[in-house]
Ligand binder design. Structure first.
Ligand code: ATP
Length: 265
């Protein structure tokens, strides 16, 4: 086995594994409700990620591990040249998996849309979408629709349902590139309708509806309004759309096709 370039630690007790790797850089994923010990907070070679899902990795739960790797890849914690040693603790035992990312051919959303949207914008919209899944609306599930790029053209196909609620907010506070804005942006995004984001990552409108959805597609696909709108707008324009369903799935559309899906992280 080649030397790993990154070590990812997860499971019911990630810290007991992490302490065996004092001199290594680690990405430690904490399960719901587990807070880092003080000595872990002091360690500089640790990236801490908190999973709110409350699921513990099971040796058989490859779906969860796959989604964790997807998430790390699409949030740039790892890249497709890394060799990953994934360690997880389960009921006092340490299980090991080794992934050579260059051999895995995993869908990397950033690459799939790099001709249209900057990678850092994609990463942050994905993070914002995931925070909507995790936090919902006061504890109940919430959804959203982000329509990103080709904004002038997109405006021809949408209507502003209510006076644009975000227009009074400073431009800097409307940027998805600054994670400090996420609380505000999340509140606007979970309101009725879609959120338009320009190709600099600035939210330009919220509460817009995609017009003239095809009734035939609606009937044929059994799609809900949000997913049909997400798909339709990417057929009509060069925008990329991110639909966050109330069930917790994030779907990304380009040119009328779903190109990526993230769930159960
Ligand atoms: N044409 C549209 N343009 C923008 N947003 C829409 C449109 N239609 C529906 N939505 C938004 O999607 C929300 C959910 O609508 P609906 O339940 O029909 O969609 P869905 O695809 O089944 O939803 P979910 O994504 O939660 O599964 C609506 O409350 C509204 O905020």
């Amino acid at each position: 086995m080649d030397e790993p370039t990154k070590i990812v630690v997860m499971g019911d007790d990630p810290e007991s594994i992490a302490q065996n790797y004092e001199d290594k850089e680690l990405i430690v994923i904490y399960p719901k409700g587990k807070r880092p010990r003080a000595d872990m907070l002091l360690r500089k070679n640790i990236v801490r990620i908190f999973s709110d899902y409350g699921k513990y990795p099971d040796i058989e739960d490859l779906e969860l591990i796959k989604n964790t790797v997807f998430y790390l890849l699409n949030s740039s914690y790892i890249n497709n040249r890394d060799r990953i040693l994934l360690l997880f603790s389960k009921e006092g035992e340490e299980h090991r998996l080794f992934f050579d990312m260059s051999k895995m051919n995993l869908p990397n959303l950033v690459n799939m849309v790099s001709d249209r949207i900057k990678g850092e914008i994609v990463e942050n919209i994905l993070k914002l979408a995931m925070s909507i899944v995790k936090k919902g609306r006061e504890g109940t599930p919430a959804g959203a629709l982000f329509i990103v790029g080709d904004t002038n053209n997109v405006k021809n196909y949408v209507i502003q349902k209510i006076a644009n609620p975000i227009s009074g907010i400073d431009r800097e506070m409307r940027s998805v590139l600054n994670e400090e804005n996420f609380d505000t942006l999340r509140e606007f995004a979970i309101m009725d309708g879609a959120t338009l984001i320009d190709n600099r990552g600035v939210v330009v409108s919220t509460g817009v509806y995609v017009k003239n959805l095809s009734i035939e597609e609606w009937l044929m696909d059994g799609f809900g309004g949000r997913h049909l709108a997400a798909r339709s707008i990417t057929k009509l324009t060069k925008a990329i759309s991110f639909a966050v369903s109330a069930e917790g799935t994030i779907s990304v559309y380009r040119d009328g096709e779903k190109i990526y899906e993230l769930k159960d992280f």
